[in-house]
Design a protein around this ligand. Sequence first.
Ligand SMILES: Nc1ncnc2c1ncn2[C@@H]1O[C@H](COP(=O)(O)OP(=O)(O)OP(=O)(O)O)[C@@H](O)[C@H]1O
Ligand SMILES: [Mg+2]
Length: 376
Amino acid sequence: MSTSLSSSVSRPSDQAPAVLRAHAETAYAAELDALAAADDRPRPERWRLSPWAVATYLLGGTLPDGTVVTPKYVGPRRIVEVAVTTLATDRALLLLGVPGTAKTWVSEHLAAAVSGDSTLLVQGTAGTPEEAIRYGWNYARLLAEGPSREALVPSPVLRAMAEGKTARVEELTRIPADVQDTLITILSEKTLPIPELGEEVQAVRGFNLIATANDRDRGVNELSSALRRRFNTVVLPLPATLDDEVSIVARRVSELGRSLDLPEPPSALTEIQRVVTVFRELRAGVTADGRTKLKSPSGTLSTAEAISVVTNGLALAAHFGDGQLRAGDVAAGLLGAVVRDPATDRLIWQEYLESVVRERTDWKDFYRSCRDAAAL
Ligand SMILES: Nc1ncnc2c1ncn2[C@@H]1O[C@H](COP(=O)(O)OP(=O)(O)OP(=O)(O)O)[C@@H](O)[C@H]1O
Ligand SMILES: [Mg+2]
């Protein structure tokens, strides 16, 4: 017999395949274990950690035994406290904000810390059907045996209800309004009827739901007011200061670089500071010193995009340069992030380069690289 697919991809059992991106509960298992061991505060039923420990996991800290918990979210402590507390109540949590403000990131880490499982996820799109939130059927079994528990394919939300875990719904407002409304019964009655079986699944304690929605999508599908009332809304802001944003980018870039096996560069900080400064100035429509008004390009220029501009730059420096991140390595990425609509953004970028970047005496190399990239 020819080699089957499964045997050709099987590995020695002691060697787990290196996945491209581990789930938060796996990637940060050591921190979560240390927190659980140090945590002597009361935990809501089926929570892996107390609300205090969940907040510490997100915001970072040092435990009594010396374990350092890295900050996952950089931002106001109160926001995290309100988000965690909400999950311990009967209201669901809605994370709202402009693109790239870590809504998805925070939702994954909250689910990992609270339930030890961030995978019960529904990705919202204009085509998300009701089955993705309720349940579907294994049609072969349904036809052969008729409707039964075994033929039922539970959605991630249904599984979270049955197991008392945290469900996640990404991009809630992209889901058509009638499908969104499926959540109303789940969130208010904490039950999901299965008329085909004459049964219902009642949520057990520990179940809650985190939804994310993008500010810019507003108007795509408004949340109905009935559904909105089931949520506590927490708005995630853009990083307040340049230093905050630089530290977010630096931390994520070095984590991503390690997962891509890129060598740690001697110092990427200068370029990170410049990229973040450019992003913040263009976003705000005014230079950091408040003196020059600027036009803002059409792109969002989020922190997430700054992270990807710098990560791409590091890969360029590692593979085609001497490993040191230089202006030339980030210039092309920066151009791509700023110029989304060639008709208007190119002009805005050129104006910014000539009137602001050019005047900065310690930015000469940066100015030259950006000008060269724009001329290509
Ligand atoms: N305040 C912050 N603290 C820590 N990381 C942040 C912060 N803001 C952004 N990031 C980083 O930005 C990246 C992207 O965030 P994420 O994808 O969660 O954004 P989002 O708000 O879900 O965006 P979108 O609306 O496009 O879905 C993450 O890698 C995250 O680490
Ligand atoms: Mg997101």
